[in-house]
Structures are given as structure tokens and as C-alpha cells.
Design a protein around this ligand. Structure first.
Ligand SMILES: Nc1nc2c(c(=O)[nH]1)N[C@H]1C(S)=C(S)[C@@H](COP(=O)(O)OP(=O)(O)OC[C@H]3O[C@@H](n4cnc5c(N)ncnc54)[C@H](O)[C@@H]3O)O[C@H]1N2
Ligand code: MOO
Length: 407
């Protein structure tokens, strides 16, 4: 199969992909989830007309002789939560506190700072503009109004609105289940300590499973761990079948090359997958495989740890987003290079980088490169996307793709 560009590979993976099913979650579990249906307000907000300040609710006014200030007779006090029934008639006022329900007949509210109080009366020195210092019932949200559209990502602000309107549960898309396996006879589980002859025997600790599990969780997926698989086709086909049964997406790392000991594409086909690509025109990540089986996807990332992680951001994140009801890839923008890219390549290449904000401007530094690359992603919050043959110098603008926050 001819190598695909990252964009073609992404389009092949996303073609026909629909968000997964919907579930109800309680508000305390809703952060970061995506609304599967629009939410309408069951009632008005605020639910009653209320004061926004500690001050006085004024009845219809009664100008004093020189017209410069107004005198009101105090007829009661309403604190927040109080349902005292007071009706303000001409020339009367009630002390009210922030959040208090306004008495019937209120025409204006003044803050305590804008009045002079004397026995049983107040003198309003500065009459407030209409509607200031108070909020009418339903002023912000009307009953039945759509307050959040389907597809909204829920954060603290949305949770605040939902809770204020009395919601305890909302309907969101189900999180994608990602079955994760890593392949290679040389791989061992970390945690066994540095056994003396372990490394002499050419074994290494598998790191991809841990790195990818963390990345899947960070992008809203749930991990089903299939563990380390041997370079044995039957074992890998069986793992693929289990992964397809239990997961929405199957992720393999290792064995993505075309050698006699690379079984990923054969395993995907053996488990009923229709291959979408077996190579990409990008570095790192040239050796990558993907297949579709019904509405499930199988992606075989390279074994090389930084290559597996780069492709995770470029291909797996958009798939996780689409399955979870969100659109698009990671955000990208232009930023000047703080340092020239060392040894640029002839192919399209993604470099690990760190974006910082200095004096209100973003700048991006390519991180040191290592041949095997196990340290490559440490401290990275972005990738630099360089077109084939580009060799940008310090100060030149390059495309950066954000993979985590700017600190
Ligand atoms: N003749 C060629 N050889 C290679 C080419 C090439 O174009 N021609 N491409 C290289 C590139 S690029 C990559 S990437 C690797 C990817 O190949 P595979 O996906 O088949 O990966 P493996 O061979 O299984 O492993 C590569 C490397 O990574 C180590 N590894 C594997 N899994 C893990 C893991 N879970 N944790 C840590 N390290 C892992 C593995 O031991 C190997 O050292 O192929 C190149 N070869
Ligand atoms: O395919 Mo390799 O993934 O270019 O690093």
C-alpha cells in the first residue's frame, strides 16, 4: 500500500465515525464530558427577583421639596432566604441584603453606601438608574430556553449553570474504550528490578503501554489492558479479537514494520480488519498500520517510544475525540523558534518541543534529540510540524501543535 500523509490517514480513520452511545452521569462526574443532547432550562434564572447588593429596596418614590434627594420610611428587613411578605407602598423602603427576594412593589434598589440612615427613615442621595443593583426573575435564563447545545464540553462554568438550574444528572457521550497491547519478544513488565543478567539477554522494559495508557486517559478514553504479546501471529490475532470485542478502538504498538517478525498488519487482517494503511509519509511514525472492522478501528503504532507517542497525538487523539462526540484535531498555531531546528530532515517531520510565553508572546524551543528517543518527550508540551526539507532558523515562525498546557 502507498504511504499516506498524516491528513489522509486521519481522514481514513475518521470516515464514517460516529460518537459512541450516551449515558447519564451525575454532575460531580461531568467535568470534561461532552453533552450528548441539548439542555433546556426547566425554570427561570434567577428564580425570583433579587437584590444584588446590601442596601434598600425602594417603593414608588416621593420627591422631597428641593427634588435633589428622596426620603423613604423603613417598613422592614428582608435577608437572603427570607420569605417575609412585605409590600412597598409609596414612600416606603425595606432593608435588603445581597441575594434577598425583593419585596412586592420594589421599583429600585440602592446600595447602603448611597443612602443616609436616620431614625426609621433613609435619605437616598443618589437615585439609581433603572434596573441597577437588582436582577429580575428570568433576566438571565428564560424557562425552556436552550442553555447548552449538544456537543458542549462540560467544564466548571457549565457545571455551575447546570447546578444553578437544579440539574443533578446530564446525558453525555460514553467514553471510548481503548484496548491496548504492546508486542515484542524483548519486552518485560517494569517492576522486576534490574536483574543482573536481564539486560544481557536483550530484554527491555516495555514503556509504551504505560505511556499510551496515560495518554488515552488524558484524552477521555478508558483503557482495557491486553498486556505484552509475543511475536507470534496466533497470539496477536487472539488479542485483536478480544480487543475488538471489549473495546471501541484497538491500539497496538510494535511490530508495525514490514519485516518477517512484524505481525501487526497480519494480526489486524487475521482478526477480520480491512487495512486502511500500512505506512505513512511522516517522521517519526513512518511505520504505522490501521484497519477497520465494522464500526471499530485498529491502529498499530510503531514500537519506538517517541514515534508511538507522536502518532498518538496526530491520529489517535482525533479518533478519541470523534468517538466521544468532539470535533477536530489538537490546536495548532504559528510561533517563532527560539533556536534553529538541529539536523532538519528531507521528510515531513514532527519534533518534540516546548512552547513558552515570554513577555506576552509565545516562542517555541525544539527539545534535544536522541537516537532511541526514550527521553525525547520529557518536558514537551508541543510538537513542531515541519514540511519536507524545511530548515527554519532562530526567529522564524513554525507550526506548533499543543499537546499539553503552557506553564
Ligand atoms: N530496515 C528498516 N528498519 C526500520 C525502519 C525502516 O524504515 N527500515 N524503520 C524504523 C522505524 S522508523 C521504526 S519506528 C521502527 C518501528 O518498527 P516496529 O513498529 O516494527 O517496532 P519494533 O520493531 O517492534 O520496535 C522498535 C523499537 O522499539 C522498541 N519497543 C517496542 N515496543 C516497545 C515498548 N512497549 N516499550 C519500549 N520500547 C519498545 C523495540 O524494542 C525496538 O527497539 O522500525 C525501524 N526499523
Ligand atoms: O516509523 Mo518510525 O516511527 O519513523 O520512527
Amino acid at each position: 500500500m502507498a504511504p499516506l500523509s498524516v491528513e489522509e490517514a486521519r481522514a481514513a480513520l475518521l470516515a464514517g465515525l460516529r460518537p459512541l452511545g450516551r449515558i447519564k452521569v451525575r454532575l460531580e462526574e461531568a467535568n470534561g464530558r461532552v453533552l450528548a443532547e441539548a439542555v433546556r432550562a426547566p425554570g427561570p434564572y434567577p428564580p425570583f427577583s433579587r437584590s444584588l447588593v446590601d442596601g434598600y429596596a425602594l417603593g414608588p418614590h416621593d420627591a422631597n421639596s428641593d427634588g435633589s434627594s428622596f426620603i423613604y420610611r423603613l417598613v422592614g428587613t428582608v435577608t437572603a432566604g427570607s420569605t417575609t411578605a412585605i409590600a412597598l407602598k409609596e414612600g416606603t423602603a425595606a432593608a435588603v441584603f445581597t441575594g434577598a427576594r425583593l419585596p412586592e412593589g420594589t421599583v429600585a434598589v440602592v446600595p447602603v453606601e448611597a443612602v443616609k440612615e436616620r431614625q426609621g427613615e433613609i435619605v437616598v442621595l443618589d437615585f439609581p438608574a433603572s434596573g441597577r443593583y437588582l436582577e429580575q426573575s428570568g433576566e438571565e435564563v428564560k424557562p425552556g430556553e436552550e442553555i447548552l447545545a449538544a456537543g458542549t464540553v462540560i467544564g466548571p462554568g457549565e457545571i455551575s449553570l447546570l447546578a444553578a438550574l437544579g440539574f443533578r444528572e446530564i446525558t453525555v457521550y460514553r467514553r471510548p474504550r481503548v484496548a491496548l497491547a504492546t508486542t515484542g519478544n524483548e519486552l518485560r513488565e517494569p517492576g522486576n528490578g534490574r536483574v543482573a543478567d536481564f539486560f544481557d539477554r536483550a530484554a527491555i522494559y516495555g514503556s509504551n503501554l504505560y505511556a499510551l495508557a496515560a495518554a488515552v486517559e488524558a484524552y477521555g478514553g478508558q483503557v482495557i489492558c491486553l498486556g505484552i504479546l509475543k511475536d507470534v501471529l496466533e497470539e496477536q490475532v487472539a488479542a485483536c479479537r478480544r480487543g475488538l470485542e471489549e473495546g471501541d478502538l484497538l491500539l497496538f504498538t510494535g511490530g508495525a514494520g514490514g519485516s518477517a517478525f512484524d505481525f501487526t498488519s497480519a494480526a489486524f487482517s487475521g482478526a477480520g480488519g480491512e487495512l486502511l494503511f500500512t505506512e505513512l509519509a511522516v517522521r517519526p511514525g513512518k511505520r504505522a498500520v490501521a484497519a477497520r472492522a465494522g464500526n471499530k478501528l485498529m491502529i498499530g503504532l510503531p514500537g519506538t517510544p517517541p514515534a508511538a507517542q507522536v502518532l498518538f497525538y496526530l491520529l489517535v487523539v482525533p479518533v478519541l475525540k470523534a468517538m466521544g462526540g468532539r470535533q477536530g484535531a489538537l490546536s495548532a498555531f504559528l510561533a517563532p523558534l527560539k533556536k534553529a531546528v538541529d539536523r532538519p530532515r528531507a521528510e515531513r517531520t514532527f519534533y518534540w518541543a516546548r512552547v513558552e510565553c515570554r513577555g506576552g508572546r509565545f516562542e517555541v524551543t525544539p527539545l534535544p534529540r536522541y537516537p532511541g528517543g526514550i527521553r525525547a518527550a520529557v518536558g514537551a508540551n508541543a510538537l513542531i510540524d515541519l514540511p519536507p526539507g524545511a530548515a527554519p532558523k532562530e526567529g522564524e515562525e513554525v507550526t506548533v501543535i499543543m499537546i499539553s498546557d503552557i506553564e
